[in-house]
Write a new protein. Structure first.
Lengths: 415, 466, 525
C-alpha cells in the first residue's frame, strides 16, 4: 500500500518525535546503542529505541512490565567503587594505564583533570569536552583525565549524547576507561558482562573517532579494521577497571574492542533504515502514553497494543534478558503459536514450518502440505501433493520419523 | 558495502608495495629462511620455528624439503600430523619425493594405514615405535604419539597442521623432541571440544586452545614465518581469500591472470547450472542462487543443484590448463564441500542417483565431505553448499570463519557456491552479543565480516536458478 | 537441541504440561542429600547473604549475614556454614570398602596389587540452579586460602580451621560438578531439564519455579501461564509471589524488605553498643527483634525454593534408576574418597588456577566422561538411543535372516555370520563401516555389508566365542530386535600426560613459585 502523506518530507527526527508524542524522551545512550546488536532483526525494538520511546513504560501499560531493576545494594557498591577510584588523584587508574601504554611506572606530573562543566546542558558539555580534548591531544607529554566527558555521536541523522566514565589523553591519543563493579577474579571475569562492557566502550570509541575526525576536518574511516592516526584518535583497546577478586581494590584489564567496533558501526549504519520502517507504519501510529498532569499514562492498553503490533518484532527467548518489551512479545509469540517461543535454534530443524500446530501436524503425519510424505514405518511411497514442496516435506518427514521414534521409545502407540 | 575488501586491497597482492621480485622469488626467500632456522638453528635460537601457511602456499612441499634436509644433515626426525589421512598423505608424498629416505609409519592397532602410504618400498609400518627407531623419519598422528613411551627424544620434529592441534596434545608429545618446526594454516578451523572449558579461558596453556597459541605465548622470542604465495589459489581467488580471511597477513597468488584456464568442450545447454559453470570457468567464482526460503539442512533442491552442477561439470568435458599442463577435469579433481555430515550424505546419494562415482575405494570419484575433512585438500574445481544457505538463523558454527575459509580455498581453478538467496539479510539480522574472555586474543577476522566479504564478491558472479 | 527434544517441547506447548525426555533416571540420587539454597548480596557475586540448608525436608536451617558489608559478620556466617556442612560431608568418610587395584612399582616399573579404600557412599548436594553452583565455587575460592590461628602468620583476621576446610570442599565439589554425569553436586534445573521437556526455551528453564510450573500447573491453567506467574506475578505489596531461586535476589525485595530490615538491624546493633548499662536489656531485645525480622524476611524469600527442590526430588525419585547409575556413582565415590585422602595427607589447598598439566588432565577426564555418559545413557534409555537413531548414528531393527559364513583365510575357520535387519532407520553407514551391537552379552563388533532403505545387512566379526561355531546365544535369532551403533560402546582411555614437574618448554616448563598459595594481604576488606 502506498500511502503518501506530508510526513515523508519531514525530517526523520521530527517523525520520530511524533511517534513518541507527549511522553518524555528516553535518550539514546551508549548502553541502548550497544544493545542494538543484541537483536538487529527486531524492527520493533529498532524503531522504538530510535524514537526514544520509554519501552519500560509501554510494557507496564501493556500489562507485562519488564522484570528488570537494580538493587540498592548493587548501586551502593558501584558508587563506593567509583569514589574509591577517584581518590588520591586518580592514582588507581594511572598505574594500569601506564602499563597499558607501555610507559614507565613512575614519573611525570599528575594528570590534569579539567572541569567539564558537569552541570551544563549536554550540548554545552559536549562542546567543552571537544575543546578540552583538542587541547589535550596537542600536548605530547602531559596527562589529561576527562572525568565523565560528554561525547556526541550522529545516529540516524540526530545527535546522541554519550557519557563515558573516563577518557585519558596522553601522547596525542586517547583511551576510553570503562568502570564496572563486577569483579575480576584471578584474572578472569564474567564473559557476558565483559562483552557488554566492550560493546558499550565501542560506542564511545566510535564517538571519539568521529570527534577526532571532525577536529582534523575529515570524514571518519569506513574500514572496520582501520586505525586512525589523527590527533586525539582513540586507541582500539580500552581499559576495563573492576574490583579485584573479593576486594574493593581496582584492577585494570585491557580489552581489544575492534570486533565490537565493527559490529557497532554496522548496526548504526542500519539505523538509517528506520525511515523505511516508518514508511510501512499506518498513518497516525503513535506510542504516546498520553500522560496526564501527574505523568500517569492515559492511553488505553488495547490501543497501545495495536500500535506496537504495527511494527513486527523478532522475538526470541534471549530477548527476556535484554529488552523491556520482551514479556509482551513472548505473549504475542505464544498467541501466534510461533515456534520461536522455544528458542531461535529450533527453526533450523523445522525449515519453513513456523507454527507449533503445523509442526505437530507434520509429526503426526496429518500436515496439510505433503501429507503423503512417509513416516519410517509406512511403506515408503513418497507422494508430494500439488501444493506440497520438497523442502517442507523433508522437514515434515523428519518430524514424523522423530515422532515415531519417540512414540516407540515411550511405549506409546506408533501412528 | 564491501569494506573489508576495499580497505585491504592497497596492501594486497599485485596492486601495491615494492614487489619487484616474482612470486617464486618471494616464496623461495621465505622457504630458505625457514629451512635455515629449522635445519641450521643458530646458537641460542628458540626451540621452535613456526610457519603460517595460507591455503596452498606449499606447506606440504616445505615439510618434505625440511624433512629431507634434516636427514641429509644427519638427523633423524619424528613427524606429527593430526589425522590418519594427513599422515598417510604425508607418508605417500615423502616416500615419493625422497626415495632415499627410510620412513616409519607408526599406527594404532585398530587403524591400518592407507594403501597409498604402504605402496612404497622405503616405508615400514608398525604399531610399535620400537620397530621404527632406525628409520630416518617416523610419522604418526598426535593421538598415537601421545602413547609412545620409553624412547629417547628425537632431536628434531615437524608438527604439521599445527593450528588444528590442541594445546593438550602438544603437552603430551613435546617430551618426545628437543626442537620442532610447526607448520599450519591459522585461517582454518580451530580445534574444539564438546565439554566446558571456560575456567581455563585466558590461560596461556588453555588445553582446548591451539597448540601454536600456547607455544607462542610461552616462547615470545619465536617470530612466526609466513609463506607469502599461494600456489593453489588462482589469481581470481587469492585476493579475496587473503583480504577476507587474512586481513593482517596478506598473501598473493603464484599465478597471474589468464595462467589458469578452464574450457568446456560441450556448449552450454542454456540452463542456469551451465551458466554458473561458464561464469566460474571465466571468473573463477560463481554463485548459483536458489530462491529464498527457509529449509532444513538437507535442502533437497539445493542438494539437487549441487549434484546437477557436478554432473554437468563431468558431462561438458572440461579441461583445466595451468602451469602444470592441461588435464581433463575428471571426477577425482572435483570436490563438493558442505558444513554438515548429513548434507554430505545427501549430496552423495543425489550424485549416485545421477551416476556420478562418489566412493573413493571403488575408483576415481568425486570427493564429497565436510569442511573439517577437506582441510589441507586440493582440487581443480569445488562445488560448495554455502553453510548459511536456507538457514533461518546463523549460529556460531555456521559463521565460523575457518569453515568458510576451508570451503572457499580448496580449488586451483574455480569454485561454484550453491546457496539460497537471503544470506545477506540473515547476516544483517544476526545478533552479535558475543561474550568476551579477558586475556584471550580476539581472533580476526570476525566471522560476520568474512562472510560478508565473500558474499559481496560472489554477488558479482550470481546466476539465478528457478 | 536435537529434533527429538524440540518435538517434546512442541508436545509440551500443546499439552500445557511437561513431557518426558527420558524413560529412566540418568543421575544418581542420594537417600540423604543435603539440600541447599544460597543467596548472594546484589552487586557482589562472592558476598554471601544467606543460605537455607538441611537434609530433612521438615527442618531447613537458615544462616544469614545481617550486614553483608560487615567483614566480621561475613566470617561468622562462613564459620556457621562450615559447622553445618562439614559434619554432613564427613559423615561419609568413615565407612569404607577395600578395593583391589594395581600400582606401578616406582623402582621396578612392574605392576603390583594394592588394596585401596573406597568410601561406601558419598555426599550429595542439591542446589536450585547453575548460578548456585557458581556461587558456591566463589565461596570456595574466597575461603580456601583463609589463614587460621594455626598458621605461622595468622594475619589480622584468623578464621576457624573449618573455614578454609569448607573452602576446599566447596572447590572440590564445584569442580567435580563440571564433570559430565557426576552427581556430587547437582543443580535442580539441570536435573529436571534432562528428564522432562517444558513448552518453553531452555533459557526460561533456568528459572526453577517456572520450570516446575510445567509439572504442577493449577487446575485449568497451562504450564505457560503458571510459569509466567512464577516469573513475574507480584502481590499487593509489590513482592514476587514466587521469589527467585537465587543466588540473585529480586531487586524489589532488596528495596522494599531487605534494605529496611538491614538498616533496622544496624541501628539496633549500634544502639546496643552505646546503650547505658540500665538500657542494655532493652537494646538487646531490640536487636533480637531486628534479627528475627531479618530472619523472617529471608526465610519467607527462601522457603518457596526449598519446597521446590524437594518437589523436584519427588519427581525424579519416581523415575526408575538407569542401569549404569551405580557404575557412575562409583566414580563420584572415588572423587570424594580422593579428596578426603588429600585433606588427611595435609596437602595444600587447590591453587587459584590450574597448572598446564592439571588443566589438560581435567579436560581429558571431562571428555572421557562425556563420551561415557553419552554411551551409557543410550544403552540405558531407548529415548536416548532414539536420538542417535534419528541422527543416523545407530539403527534398530528386527532380524529377518541369519546366514552362517566363515572366514577361512586363517589356520582355523572363524564364524563371520551375516545378519539381515528390517529397520526403519537410515544409518549414515557406508559398506565396511564398523558397528557395535548394543546390549550384547559380550562386546560384539560387526561391519556393514549393505544398507538400503528398510534393510541393513551386517557381518558379525566378534563376540561369538573362540570356536568354529558361534557360542549359543551370542547371535540374535530371526525375529529378535537388535540395535547397532556406529559409535563404540566403551569410552576410550585418555592418553597419558606428563607430571606437572615435567611440563615441557612448549607450555612454560614446570610450574614454579606461583603454585604456593597466596600469602599476601587478605582478599576481603
Amino acid at each position: 500500500m502506498n500511502v503518501s502523506h506530508p510526513a515523508q518530507a519531514e525530517p526523520l527526527a521530527q517523525r520520530l518525535a511524533e511517534l513518541r508524542g507527549a511522553t518524555p524522551q528516553r535518550s539514546l545512550d551508549a548502553r541502548a546503542l550497544a544493545a542494538l546488536a543484541a537483536n538487529p532483526g527486531c524492527r520493533r525494538r529498532a524503531l522504538l529505541d530510535a524514537a526514544g520511546v520509554d519501552k519500560a513504560a509501554v510494557a507496564q501499560q501493556l500489562g507485562r512490565p519488564a522484570p528488570f531493576g537494580q538493587s540498592p545494594f548493587a548501586i551502593a557498591r558501584g558508587n563506593v567503587f567509583e569514589a574509591r577510584l577517584k581518590s588520591d588523584g586518580y592514582a588507581a587508574l594511572l598505574g594500569p594505564l601506564r602499563r597499558l601504554l607501555g610507559l614507565p611506572p613512575e614519573g611525570g606530573t599528575p594528570p590534569a583533570v579539567p572541569d567539564l562543566l558537569s552541570r551544563a546542558t549536554p550540548a554545552v558539555r559536549a562542546e567543552r569536552t571537544r575543546e578540552v580534548l583538542a587541547a589535550a591531544a596537542a600536548d605530547p607529554t602531559g596527562w589529561t583525565l576527562l572525568d565523565h566527558p560528554m561525547l556526541r555521536l550522529t545516529v540516524a541523522g540526530s545527535q546522541a549524547y554519550l557519557e563515558p566514565d573516563a577518557v585519558v589523553v596522553h601522547g596525542g591519543r586517547c583511551t576510553v576507561v570503562e568502570i564496572k563493579s563486577f569483579p575480576v577474579l584471578d584474572g578472569s571475569a564474567d564473559p557476558a558482562k565483559v562483552g557488554a562492557a566492550a560493546r558499550q566502550a565501542a560506542v564511545y570509541v566510535l564517538a571519539l573517532q568521529e570527534t577526532a575526525a571532525r577536529l582534523a576536518g575529515r570524514e571518519p574511516a569506513a574500514d572496520p579494521y582501520a586505525v586512525d592516526e589523527l590527533p586525539g584518535s582513540p586507541a582500539l583497546t580500552v581499559l576495563l577497571v573492576c574490583p579485584k577478586d573479593f576486594s574493593n581494590l581496582p584492577t585494570a584489564e585491557a580489552v581489544d574492542i575492534r570486533r565490537e567496533l565493527a559490529t557497532t558501526r554496522r548496526q548504526l549504519a542500519r539505523l538509517t533504515r528506520i525511515e523505511q520502517l516508518l514508511d510501512t507504519l499506518p498513518p497516525g501510529t503513535t506510542f504516546d502514553l498520553d500522560p496526564d498532569t501527574s505523568g500517569a499514562p492515559g492511553r488505553p492498553a488495547e490501543e497501545l497494543a495495536a500500535a506496537v503490533a504495527a511494527v513486527p518484532a523478532a522475538y526470541g527467548p534471549d530477548c527476556l534478558a535484554a529488552c523491556e518489551l520482551s514479556f509482551h512479545c513472548r505473549d504475542q509469540a505464544r498467541c501466534a503459536d510461533s515456534v520461536e517461543q522455544l528458542g531461535r535454534g529450533v527453526r533450523g530443524e523445522l525449515g519453513s514450518i513456523r507454527t507449533v500446530t503445523r509442526a505437530l501436524a507434520a509429526a503426526e503425519g496429518t500436515a496439510p502440505a505433503g501429507a503423503g510424505s512417509t513416516g519410517p514405518d509406512t511403506d515408503g511411497g513418497s507422494s508430494t501433493g500439488p501444493d506440497g514442496d520438497e523442502a517442507t516435506d523433508e522437514a515434515a518427514a523428519r518430524l514424523a520419523y522423530a515422532a515415531a521414534l519417540r512414540a516407540e521409545a515411550l511405549g506409546r502407540p506408533v501412528r | 558495502m564491501n569494506s573489508a575488501m576495499t580497505a585491504h586491497q592497497p596492501n594486497g597482492p599485485g596492486t601495491a608495495g615494492p614487489a619487484p621480485d616474482s612470486p617464486g622469488a618471494a616464496a623461495d626467500a621465505a622457504v630458505a629462511a625457514i629451512l635455515a632456522a629449522a635445519v641450521r638453528p643458530r646458537p641460542g635460537a628458540p626451540r621452535g620455528v613456526v610457519v603460517d601457511s595460507p591455503p596452498g602456499a606449499g606447506k606440504s612441499t616445505l615439510v618434505v624439503r625440511a624433512a629431507r634436509e634434516l636427514v641429509a644433515a644427519g638427523e633423524r626426525l619424528m613427524v606429527v600430523a593430526q589425522t590418519n589421512s594427513q599422515v598417510d598423505d604425508l607418508v605417500d608424498r615423502l616416500a615419493a619425493k625422497g626415495p632415499d629416505l627410510t620412513i616409519g609409519r607408526l599406527h594404532a592397532s585398530d587403524a591400518r594405514p592407507a594403501p597409498e602410504a604402504l605402496r612404497h618400498g622405503n616405508v615400514t609400518a608398525s604399531g610399535k615405535v620400537g620397530d621404527l627407531l632406525e628409520q630416518d623419519v617416523v610419522i604418526s598422528t598426535a593421538a598415537k604419539w601421545q602413547w609412545v613411551k620409553d624412547v629417547d627424544p628425537w632431536r628434531h620434529a615437524i608438527v604439521d597442521e599445527a593450528y588444528q592441534m590442541r594445546s593438550d596434545a602438544l603437552l603430551a608429545v613435546a617430551r618426545l623432541f628437543e626442537r620442532a618446526l610447526f607448520v599450519g594454516d591459522p585461517g582454518q578451523l580451530d580445534p574444539f571440544t564438546v565439554v566446558g572449558t571456560e575456567q581455563w579461558a585466558g590461560l596461556s596453556y588453555d588445553p582446548s586452545s591451539s597448540a601454536v597459541v600456547t607455544l607462542l605465548a610461552h616462547n615470545p622470542t619465536i617470530r612466526p614465518h609466513r609463506l607469502p604465495v599461494s600456489w593453489r589459489l588462482p589469481s581470481t581467488a587469492a585476493p579475496l581469500i587473503s583480504s577476507a580471511f587474512y586481513p593482517y597477513t596478506p598473501f598473493r597468488s603464484g599465478t597471474g591472470e589468464g595462467e589458469r584456464l578452464l574450457t568446456a568442450a560441450v556448449r552450454p545447454d542454456g540452463s542456469a547450472v551451465d551458466a554458473a559453470i561458464d561464469e566460474a570457468a571465466e571468473h573463477g567464482w560463481a554463485l548459483l542462487e536458489l530462491p529464498a526460503r527457509h529449509t532444513v539442512r538437507t535442502d533437497p533442491q539445493a542438494v539437487a543443484a549441487v549434484a546437477a552442477t557436478v554432473r554437468r561439470l563431468l558431462d561438458r568435458g572440461l579441461a583445466a590448463r595451468s602451469e602444470q599442463g592441461t588435464t581433463p577435469l575428471t571426477a577425482s579433481r572435483i570436490a563438493v564441500g558442505t558444513a554438515h555430515r548429513d548434507q554430505a550424505a545427501a549430496v552423495r546419494a543425489a550424485l549416485t542417483a545421477l551416476g556420478v562415482p562418489v566412493d573413493q575405494a571403488a575408483g576415481p570419484a568425486v570427493t564429497v565431505d565436510t569442511a573439517n575433512r577437506l582441510q589441507g585438500r586440493e582440487y581443480d574445481v569445488t562445488v560448495v553448499l554455502h553453510p548459511l544457505s536456507g538457514r533461518p538463523d546463523a549460529t556460531a558454527f555456521h559463521l565460523e570463519t575457518g569453515r568458510l575459509c576451508v570451503l572457499a580455498s580448496r580449488h586451483r581453478h574455480a569454485c561454484i557456491v550453491v546457496a539460497r538467496a537471503g544470506i545477506a539479510e540473515l547476516l544483517d539480522e544476526h545478533p552479535s552479543a558475543e561474550p568476551v574472555q579477558l586475556g584471550v586474543a580476539v581472533k580476526f577476522p570476525d566471522g560476520w565480516e568474512a562472510n560478508h566479504a565473500v558474499l559481496a564478491h560472489l554477488a558479482e558472479h550470481r546466476i539465478r536458478l528457478g | 537441541m536435537s529434533l527429538l527434544t524440540t518435538l517434546a517441547r512442541l508436545e509440551a506447548v500443546r499439552s500445557g504440561r511437561a513431557e518426558p525426555l527420558a524413560t529412566v533416571r540418568h543421575r544418581h540420587l542420594s537417600e540423604r542429600p543435603m539440600v541447599l539454597v544460597p543467596l548472594a548480596t546484589a552487586g557482589e557475586d562472592g558476598a554471601p547473604l544467606a543460605v537455607l540448608l538441611g537434609t530433612e525436608r521438615a527442618a531447613p536451617k537458615l544462616l544469614l549475614v545481617p550486614q553483608p558489608l560487615n567483614r566480621t559478620q561475613r566470617f561468622e556466617f562462613l564459620a556457621d556454614f562450615a559447622a553445618e556442612l562439614l559434619p554432613y560431608l564427613d559423615s561419609f568418610a568413615g565407612e569404607v570398602e577395600q578395593v583391589e587395584g594395581s600400582e606401578k612399582d616406582p623402582e621396578t616399573g612392574e605392576k603390583i596389587p594394592v588394596l585401596r579404600e573406597l568410601c561406601a557412599d558419598a555426599p550429595q548436594l542439591i542446589v536450585p540452579n547453575s548460578g548456585a553452583v557458581r556461587h558456591l565455587a566463589l565461596l570456595g575460592r574466597s575461603t580456601r586460602f583463609r589463614r587460621t590461628a594455626e598458621d605461622p602468620d595468622p594475619g589480622p583476621y584468623p578464621a576457624p580451621t573449618r573455614v578454609p576446610l569448607l573452602g576446599r570442599w566447596l572447590t572440590h565439589l564445584t569442580d567435580r560438578a563440571q564433570v559430565p554425569g557426576s552427581s556430587l553436586l547437582l543443580p535442580m534445573t539441570g536435573l529436571l531439564a534432562r528428564h522432562w521437556a517444558t513448552g518453553q526455551s531452555h533459557l526460561e528453564d533456568q528459572h526453577l519455579a517456572a520450570q516446575l510450573a510445567w509439572h504442577f500447573p493449577p487446575d485449568g491453567w497451562t504450564g505457560a501461564r503458571a510459569a509466567e506467574r512464577a516469573e513475574t506475578g507480584r502481590g499487593e505489596d509489590g513482592r514476587l509471589l514466587h521469589p527467585p531461586a537465587g543466588p540473585v535476589t529480586d531487586p524489589r525485595f532488596d528495596t522494599l524488605v531487605l534494605a529496611p530490615a538491614i538498616t533496622r538491624h544496624d541501628a539496633a546493633l549500634a544502639a546496643l553498643r552505646q546503650a547505658a548499662p540500665g538500657e542494655q536489656a532493652r537494646a538487646e531485645l531490640h536487636l533480637k527483634q531486628a534479627h528475627e525480622r531479618l530472619h523472617g524476611a529471608l526465610e519467607s524469600e527462601l522457603l518457596p525454593t526449598w519446597r521446590d527442590l524437594w518437589q523436584g526430588l519427588d519427581l525424579l525419585r519416581a523415575l526408575p534408576p538407569a542401569a549404569h547409575l551405580t557404575e557412575r556413582w562409583e566414580g563420584d565415590r572415588w572423587s570424594y574418597t580422593g579428596h578426603r585422602d588429600r585433606l588427611a595427607a595435609g596437602e595444600p589447598p587447590q591453587p587459584r588456577r590450574d597448572d598446564a598439566v592439571t588443566a589438560a588432565r581435567k579436560l581429558a577426564q571431562r571428555e572421557r566422561e562425556q563420551a561415557r555418559l553419552d554411551i551409557q545413557e543410550a544403552l540405558d534409555d531407548p529415548l536416548a538411543m532414539a536420538g542417535h537413531r534419528l541422527a543416523g548414528e545407530a539403527f534398530s531393527g528386527t532380524v529377518t535372516a541369519v546366514e552362517l559364513e566363515y572366514d577361512t583365510s586363517g589356520r582355523s575357520a572363524k564364524p563371520r555370520p551375516l545378519l539381515t535387519l528390517a529397520t526403519p532407520d537410515r544409518p549414515h553407514a557406508d559398506p565396511g563401516r564398523e558397528v557395535h551391537r548394543a546390549g550384547a552379552a559380550s562386546a560384539q563388533k560387526a561391519e556393514i555389508v549393505a544398507a538400503a532403505p528398510g534393510e541393513v545387512t551386517v557381518r558379525v566379526l566378534s563376540g561369538m566365542g573362540r570356536k568354529r561355531e558361534p557360542e549359543p546365544g551370542s547371535l540374535p535369532e530371526v525375529g529378535e530386535r537388535v540395535v547397532f551403533t556406529l559409535f563404540e560402546l566403551t569410552a576410550r582411555q585418555s592418553a597419558p600426560l606428563p607430571e606437572p614437574d615435567d611440563t615441557p618448554w612448549t607450555h612454560g616448563g614446570p610450574p614454579g613459585a606461583d603454585r604456593t598459595p597466596p600469602t599476601g594481604p587478605e582478599d576481603w576488606e
